[in-house]
Design a protein around this ligand. Structure first.
Ligand code: HEM
Length: 121
């Protein structure tokens, strides 16, 4: 067992921010996902996602954006969309020096929000 948080093992907010940049580069290059972000201010989105992931991995960061249900309401996001986003997050983490167990732990932490994000089958 270790007493460091997942946030610490990822390298803190700056390292998570680098993963998030890589993640959205992949999302925007994916023609299935890119249309969802057509009207999105991506620098703000990267900042919110960095704070969200820092917070859910146990960092000393206050996420002050919308809850996951409200943030994705009305977008008609499907399980397949969710799976595609999760795969890009997994791949983005894989680009950095993150242990396999920690990569899986990040995916599990966000998986708990799947039901709030997905609206259609
Ligand atoms: C791994 C699962 C996901 C997480 C952790 C996540 C996280 C977030 C966060 C933190 C925000 C910002 C909310 C705010 O600004 O208050 C957000 C907004 C958004 N997300 Fe997600 N999201 C996920 C999955 C998805 C999926 C599957 C899609 C679409 C295919 C999506 C599309 C969007 C869009 C379009 C916005 C709004 C951007 C805007 O305000 O213009 N997200 N998400």
């Amino acid at each position: 067992m270790t007493d460091t948080t997942l946030y610490d093992r990822l390298g803190g907010e700056e390292a998570i921010g680098a993963v998030v940049t890589e993640f959205y580069d992949r999302v925007l290059a994916d023609e299935r996902l890119e249309p969802y972000f057509e009207d999105t201010d991506m620098s703000q989105q990267r900042a919110h996602q960095t704070r969200f992931l820092s917070s859910v991995t146990g960092g000393p960061i206050q996420y002050d954006g919308d809850d996951m249900g409200t943030a994705h309401e009305g977008m008609g996001i499907s399980h397949a969309d969710y799976d595609a986003i999760a795969a890009h997050l997994d791949d983005a983490l894989g680009e950095f020096d993150v242990a396999d167990a920690d990569r899986k732990a990040v995916l599990e932490a966000v998986e708990s929000y799947r039901e709030a994000i997905v609206e259609t089958t």
